[in-house]
Write a protein that binds this ligand. Structure first.
Ligand code: SAH
Ligand code: SF4
Length: 342
């Protein structure tokens, strides 16, 4: 079986290959147009290429690096989760979320995750390996091809699936380039969001990139004592380092940052903690997403009145915030519910 996936190649890489094969350079754009924009499933469907070239592509490259195994759609039809097998037998999950006109793909960046946050099913399965740029890109292309078949299109991509994207920075960034390059997938950078548990050096690196994707930081607590428990990487990257990195990100990019705050009953949902959070974020151009925890054996979401009180306290203290609806729970496709095996 061919080893290299076609989405592993940049436009220039492909041009080099074509010149080795004695093919004209303009073929590179034609090929990538098929790969990134058309609902096809193999090289043989590239009808404007000579048959010999299609055969060479087929013997040299694989058309896709991930293979769908099972699919589940939530009862309300708004979320579809797909389990993919990778060429080494590992598996990952991705989710397509459909609300109003948005078609958002939630992609994984690693098989498992090394950080083991207690809320998160991905962390519980341990870390296996980083995904390649092609394996990340192909998650989006899979859903894009499905949507195109019905006249639709992917409008947003969020790195909120399995894994910590900023630990796999180079591959994630190559996938971001594939997804945003006008000659490739062509999504606006503002329609992409990277979610991180909060790695200050990588946040700084991100702020130096010209291409400005959205950044979401999984905060969950306004002080180190609580955050050490809910987000263990906090022991390495405590708030006094993380928050200044977020402030410099906002200054360098002039973009608002998002904080994810998972609300857990009797753990981090009190009004004094909301006030402490407002203090921590004072003067920072940010938005807080309040996410009632998707239940685990250990953690339950707060009652509605507590969630409302937390929300109102933040608002009163001038912190822009919204309560995020629960989605895809019946198929275990909600935040922190993705894992390698069902
Ligand atoms: N590693 C990155 C990207 C994964 S995103 C990160 O942690 O940000 C996964 C998101 O789901 C994170 O915001 C995480 O905190 C959240 N999450 C994990 N378990 C959850 C649960 N049980 N309920 C709600 N959100 C959860
Ligand atoms: Fe990893 Fe993020 Fe899950 Fe923590 S919440 S275990 S960092 S995927």
């Amino acid at each position: 079986m061919p080893e290299i996936a076609i989405t592993e190649l940049s436009l220039n890489d492909l041009r080099d290959v074509l010149s080795d094969w004695g093919e004209p350079q303009y073929r590179a754009r034609q090929i990538l147009d098929w790969v990134y924009r058309k609902p096809i499933s193999d090289f043989s469907a590239m009808s404007n290429l000579p048959p010999k070239l299609r055969e060479s592509l087929d013997s040299e490259f694989s058309f896709q690096s991930i293979f769908p195994v099972t699919e589940a759609t939530s009862r309300d039809g708004s979320s579809t989760k797909v389990l993919f097998r990778l060429s080494d037998g590992n598996t990952i999950e991705s989710v397509l979320m459909m609300y109003d006109k948005r078609r958002t793909v939630c992609v994984s960046s690693q098989v498992g995750c090394a950080f083991g946050c207690p809320l998160c099913a991905t962390g519980a399965s341990g870390f296996e390996r980083n995904l390649t740029p092609a394996e990340i890109t192909d998650q989006v292309l899979f859903f894009s091809r499905c949507l195109q078949a019905e006249g639709g299109a992917v409008t947003n991509v969020v790195f909120m699936g399995m894994g910590e994207p900023l630990v796999n920075f180079e591959a994630v960034w190559r996938a971001v380039e594939n997804l945003t390059s006008p000659g490739l997938f062509g999504l606006g950078a503002r329609h992409l969001t990277i979610s991180t548990i909060g790695i200050p050096s990588a946040i700084k690196k991100l702020s130096r990139k010209k291409l400005q994707v959205g950044l979401a930081v999984s905060l969950h607590a306004p002080n180190n004592e609580l955050r050490d428990l809910l987000a263990p990487p906090n022991r390495m990257y405590p708030l006094e380092v993380l928050i200044p990195a977020c402030r410099s990100y906002v200054e360098a990019t002039r973009r608002r940052i998002t904080f994810e705050y998972t609300l857990i009953r009797s753990v981090n949902d009190s009004v004094p903690l909301a006030i402490e959070l407002a203090e921590l974020l004072r003067g920072l151009n940010c938005h807080v997403n309040l996410i009632p925890v998707n239940p685990t054996p250990e953690f339950k979401p707060p009652h509605r009145a507590r969630i409302q009180a937390f929300h109102e306290t933040l608002t009163r203290h001038h912190v822009s915030n919204t309560i995020r609806l629960k989605r895809g729970l019946d198929i275990h496709a909600g935040c922190g519910q993705l894992r390698a095996r069902d």
